[in-house]
Design a protein around this ligand. Sequence first.
Ligand SMILES: [Ca+2]
Ligand SMILES: [Ca+2]
Length: 636
Amino acid sequence: MINLWPRLFFSICLTLVTLISCYAKAQGPVPGMPPPWSKGVIWYQIFPDRFCNGDTKNDPPLGAQHDAWPHDTLRPWKLHPWTSDWYKMQPWEKEGGQDIWYNITRRRYGGDLAGILQRLDYLRELGVEAIYLNPIFYAPSHHRYDAYMLHHVDPYLGPDPQGDLAIIAQEKLDDPQTWQWTSADTMALHLVGKVHQFGMRIIWDGVFNHLGVGSPFFQDVIRHQQASAYADWFEVEQWSNPDSGKDFRYKGWFGIQDLPEIKENSGGLTEGPSNYVMNITRRWMRPQWESADPNLKGVSLGIDGWRLDVAFCVAHAFWKKWSYYVKSLNPEAYLTAEVIDEAYKLKPYLQGDEFDAVMNYPFAFEGSEFFINDKNRLSVPEFQERMTALVDVFGYERFLSQQNLFGSHDANRIASHIVNRNFARYGDWGDYFSKSKASNPAYNTRKPLPEERRIQLLWTVFQMTFPGAPMLYYGDEVGMWGANDPDCRKPMMWGDSTFQPEFYKPDQSIYEEPNFVNFDSLIFSQNKSLIELRKSMPNLKFGTFNWIKIPIYYTRNSFERSFNYLNNNRPKILFFERKLKTKCIVAINVFGMPMGFKTKYLFDVAFDPLTQKKYFGNQDIFWLAPFDFQIFVIEN
Ligand SMILES: [Ca+2]
Ligand SMILES: [Ca+2]
């Protein structure tokens, strides 16, 4: 195998950067279409408790988890050491007598807003252009999908939890006139301002389908039943009646009683919660707060949009009403939905009056069948057909703004997906979701091998050169691995920390060889170079797209060269072009044998943007090594 990596360290033609900014500035928002800034941007998803603990004085105490599953504030507990062996139970965890999964759910690592602020330079260095933050509103669990309320940022993410809690206690829940700005609120707005100052965008997670069982809105309903001011806020199935012995019953999200569903009628959320969501939407998109930081004078502190949690669980009518309101607050806002389903089922959400985009899981589903699963790998034409069909579901212009991801906080990481390839189909979401948990003994949690890293690189090349907006899940860019939730939520593998190796397996047995845990600077530099390439070439962001079909050569042995006459059953190279002013051709060989092609079918003269090496169309067969790729730029 030819190692072509060093070429990525060469500088890239930076003059093209100017072209991008000119192109982006020339466009204003088009009603019904995603905002121009969202086309082809590099997204980065942050899971706040696990990204960076920038302030150890605000770390949450055990008592703050009282309303989160497993509702256990009695067993011994400590804030979990950031750099510890993930499956190793700490002494206080062992003392509690519960299993590893019970303990992991109770773990908190103390990540916070100060940590994100401290690491903005890291994100800039990587080349990130937009950030998606998992929930940051006040909530008891590590994931914060069980919010107490949506009008305050979690005090334990800010500089003064106790002061903030005292402020919150003075307010009236559903009266925006009484809502104050806590220190965590203003720090979150400060973060938004800093992100904008650096030319990036940021969206927050909107969970409007349910609240947490501990929410004061819901607790008021439990206490006062029909007499509560919020009696019409939740899906109550039966009111409590001591005379007839009837218990209070309500609907939880997918039956989860910790997550009471917000009540809906044919128009979506009922009046009370609907007004509440509108109020908090305005609060975070048009905040009435000014930063004392002179650098943020005139910089917008409002968020750039929302990621809508379980969007399919809220009626379309509500999303239409809400989206209209959002765009009236900011015509350039970006709305992306979590609807994990077959591509054609996403269409109703993307008609221009609800969402701009979805978290593009179908992109990952199809990609995994071609780049990763190699036992029943899709042929090149099959893969091309599926990707073309996927783009067509959205329409090309809209596809440019879709969040093309692989994993997330709800899926195994790509690195571990590759270790466990051929294990199950990612596209069978429900089946894969449960099988890809580390509690399944068949799932392998070890560190990936170099040849597996190579497959991850080919995926990244594809993600960074295909149309759409690539989204990285924190840590994938430095080689983190992990099974599905909770293991995809390990603390970020920072280069300035020394981590204990992973000795422990989920079943508490010990690996013979330790899995060393460290920031992988090779994977980081690969990601960084490919992101730089994408940002330096407007055609990769905005250009047209075409598959290329040319004859492919491959060798059966070193003496014989066979010619493959575009036979669909034969291994081939994935070839496509992106064209704007210049043309860019991407060739990826996902097969374990060298394959060649004649450059005369592609260009007269071209250069490799990663090495600046020149190529001519009159040369003999160009051989692509197994699991290698090649990018050509043709300037006509
Ligand atoms: Ca902290
Ligand atoms: Ca619902």
